[in-house]
Design a protein around this ligand. Structure first.
Ligand code: NDP
Ligand code: OXD
Length: 308
């Protein structure tokens, strides 16, 4: 019998039934507990809300399994010597695709003009076809790749950018510094799905925002620090950027006095682009524990040096 410590008390209600069931379905004899002597714990289930900060006493723990895809709040923890895995979950991916495609289509079709039209103006402006609207997705990981492919499936010409060179069917893939400039040049919609690391901070800044097509739309469901807030506000003022739909921020909840709230060309969504669903995430956790117990390599292991 292995011991799985569920270290995120606020999520216990969602997982208390489904996680033990998923482990049992995977053939693992486990007790899932909210409290245990550290030296008895085999696996830790972690979320940023977890009060647990010192991993030193967990001497027999074989892995820390994050319920979140983004691991920036744990990856730099020096007491963590155990392997860390991030969440890659089909329902998380599905919801991110829905958020990105939904907000891309909102801007592509100019839907707002028809929803808010107090003057009852009959203005038959026909949007271009998607095939004539270049879209760039920064980050071609689990989420970025799925979003890029969904957008390509709607006929948008999609360019994707990542740290290492990728090959994604239907998507023009670029990497490296020059690749970033090429990917952004002329883009009309830019989606940021990079992790927060020192290497991705302010990827969108005054210099790179200036490369996009005039009036481009930014969709950021990645992390707030991927964008230089002040540079974005400047670019919105000049019209270089036409609209920004932002789901994530440097400080969350977004402070009431932040300029994004009141800006007519900014849409704020409250970090809801994609949520980890307990039922599918439990299956992902159970599979990883099954693999570890069988001596197989863990899936979705975080590279502590790269930070994601
Ligand atoms: P992955 O780790 O699968 O993918 C990350 C991608 O970013 C990879 O393509 C990687 O390149 C690329 N990348 C990393 N660093 C750099 C760099 N310095 N330059 C260029 N490219 C870089 O992550 P996911 O797709 O699973 O998730 C992405 C992010 O989405 C998460 O880290 C999280 O911040 C955010 N997120 C937001 C949610 C929300 O609700 N708003 C929900 C879930 C996640 P390479 O392929 O070469 O390694
Ligand atoms: C995540 C998130 O990283 O919800 O999973 O942002």
């Amino acid at each position: 019998m292995i011991t799985v410590l569920f270290a995120a008390p606020d999520l216990w209600g969602e997982y208390s039934d489904v996680l033990p069931k998923a482990l049992s379905d995977a053939g693992i004899a486990a007790q899932v507990v909210q409290d245990a002597a550290p030296e008895t714990v085999d696996y830790i289930i972690y979320a940023p809300s977890a009060p647990l900060q010192d991993f030193t006493p967990f001497t027999r723990t074989k892995a820390v399994l994050s319920l979140w895809a983004g691991v920036e709040r744990i990856v730099g923890n020096d007491t963590l010597t155990q392997p860390l895995c991030r969440m890659v979950d089909p329902s998380l991916t599905e919801s991110m695709v829905e958020w990105v495609v939904g907000h891309a289509l909102r801007h592509h079709l100019g839907i707002d003009a028809h929803i808010v039209n107090p003057g009852h103006v009959w203005n038959p402006v026909v949007p271009p076809l998607a095939r004539n609207r270049p879209v760039t997705v920064l980050g071609l990981g689990a989420l970025g790749t799925a979003c890029a492919q969904a957008l390509a499936g709607l006929n948008f010409p999609v360019t994707g950018w990542s740290r290492t060179q990728k090959s994604v069917s239907g998507v023009k893939c670029l990497s490296g510094e020059d690749g970033l400039r090429q990917a952004l040049t002329g883009a009309q919609i830019v989606v940021t799905l990079l992790p927060r690391t020192p290497g991705t901070e302010n990827t969108l800044n005054a210099d790179t925002l200036a490369l996009t097509a005039r009036g481009a739309v930014i969709l950021n469901p990645g992390r707030g620090p991927l964008i230089d807030d002040a540079a974005l506000l400047d670019a919105l003022e000049t019209g270089q950027i036409g609209h920004a739909t932002l789901d994530v921020f440097r400080v969350e909840p977004l402070p009431q006095d932040h300029a994004f709230w009141a800006h007519r060309c900014v849409t704020v969504t409250p970090h809801i682009a994609a949520d980890t669903r307990a039922s599918s995430a439990s299956g992902v956790i159970a599979e990883n524990i099954r693999r570890a117990e069988a001596g197989q390599p863990l899936l979705h292991r975080v590279d502590r040096v790269l930070g994601y």
